[in-house]
Design a binder for this molecule. Structure first.
Ligand code: NAD
Ligand code: UGA
Length: 367
């Protein structure tokens, strides 16, 4: 009963016509930022996360603490727990689901392929099964990935480009998610919007991502690997700042149509959309490293190597015309500005003495 009360309180909107949003992966990087942004504008938010240990779970707990200060409650549970999901939808008439829970990371798929199948395919299907049976049926916005473009050589990538050459199992599961969404839209009238994020970075980010562990390794004086392609070109990413991605997620939620339901009048006519959410200006990894060196006032020990065949793609570059047209998405943060904000957060979160601010030697993590 206390649990139900918390669930209801967290998910009740505080503005007129506010949403009631289930955010999966709410203790994650993108999920925690989106949950806060929704709550701050008066929507009701309930989080779901399994707090797995793919990366340091204490960072997920710290995000959870931050959210709880803003009255966002996270239910600890797995996407594959059908009875739990059904119970949540029984208690709360969610208007929307922002589905961000997934096994992320491209290279880890070579170590633990099953975790991608379990969360990104089975878990997604389980969520859709529960959502289709819910009354009302929520509109669903979910995270796809720029990785679906795989070895596509069109530059920039637009939503109509081919996505039949995934370079990693991660990418293949994200592509599968888009196809699964098509079937649930077609048969059950669920409104579904897929967002292809492009290498998102920022405060409270993911320790498994290059910008994050490069910062750590540079501060600790460890050498970092910088990948080059097999034809010795620089690898580039369309690094996208978290606040821009959050605006895109909210824009997609705001313009999502209602699900029509399989028995509805507009049977089969519910919305199915896919958008790129990138920064539109790819930056070589070498440039990312030199920005970090400047911000940390420390030279990196660089080790330039030919990219192992590990799921990485040579470049990403988003065309965001469609997201701009449909919900005004316009990225505004360049990589230097965004990394400055990340480094500031990193230094304060890990309690590191900043060379630049205090004039003393960086000491590495305090634990
Ligand atoms: P993240 O790992 O920080 O967040 C995902 C959260 O989901 C984690 O807190 C994890 O504990 C939770 N989770 C994983 N599997 C679960 C399951 N089976 N049940 C319940 N919870 C589960 O990752 P993120 O960077 O915030 O990514 C959010 C989404 O965006 C993911 O779907 C990811 O694939 C996608 N994406 C991210 C990026 C990026 O650069 N960050 C780029 C493209 C796509
Ligand atoms: C990121 C996320 O990790 C994925 O979850 C997400 O789906 C993907 O973005 C996406 O946009 O779809 P990635 O771009 O590979 O994947 O991000 P990082 O792992 O942070 O790598 C960034 C760049 O650094 C890549 O070009 C990679 O090749 C390079 N890199 C990585 C190195 O040069 N050295 C390393 O040791 C690691």
């Amino acid at each position: 009963a206390a649990w139900e009360k918390q669930v209801r309180l967290s998910s009740t909107p505080r503005r007129t016509n506010g949403f009631s949003v289930l955010v999966t992966g709410a203790a994650g990087f993108v999920g925690s930022h989106c949950s806060l942004a929704l709550k701050k504008r008066g929507d009701g938010v309930l989080g779901l996360d399994n707090f797995n240990n793919y990366y340091d779970p204490s960072l997920k707990r710290a995000r959870q603490n931050l959210l709880s200060k803003h009255q966002v409650f996270i239910v600890e549970g797995d996407l594959n727990d059908g009875p739990l999901l059904t119970k949540l939808f029984d208690v709360v008439p969610f208007t929307h689901v922002l589905h961000l829970a997934a096994q992320a990371g491209v290279r880890y798929a070579m170590q633990n392929p099953q975790s991608y199948i379990s969360s990104n395919i089975a878990g997604f299907v389980n969520l859709l099964e529960v959502a289709k049976a819910a009354n009302p049926q929520p509109s669903i916005v979910w995270a796809s990935s720029s990785s679906v473009y795989g070895l596509n050589t069109e530059n920039p990538f637009s939503e109509r480009d081919r996505t039949d050459q995934p370079a990693s199992l991660y990418a293949a599961t994200k592509k599968a998610g888009e196809e699964i969404a098509h079937t649930y839209n077609h048969i059950y009238g669920l409104s579904l919007t897929g967002l292809r994020f492009f290498t998102v970075y920022g405060p409270w980010g993911r320790p498994d991502m290059a910008y994050f562990f490069f910062t750590k390794d540079i501060l600790q004086g460890k050498s970092i690997d910088i990948y080059k392609t097999h034809d010795q070109k620089e690898v580039a990413r369309d690094f996208t700042y978290i606040d821009d991605v959050v605006k895109g997620c909210l824009g997609a939620l705001d313009t999502a149509e209602k699900s029509t339901g399989s028995g509805g009048k507009k049977k089969g006519a519910a919305q199915l959309r896919v958008y790129n959410l990138g920064n539109t200006s790819p930056v070589p990894v070498g440039r990312l490293v030199s920005i970090l060196e400047g911000l940390l006032s420390t030279k990196a020990k660089k080790h330039v190597i030919t990219m192992p065949r590990n799921g990485d793609v040579p470049f990403t570059h988003a065309n965001v015309t469609l997201a701009f047209k449909d919900f005004g998405y316009k990225p505004t943060t360049d990589l230097s500005t965004g990394l400055r904000k990340f480094v500031k957060w990193y230094i304060s979160y890990y309690g590191i003495q900043s060379k630049t601010r205090k004039g003393s030697q960086a000491t590495g993590e305090s634990g």
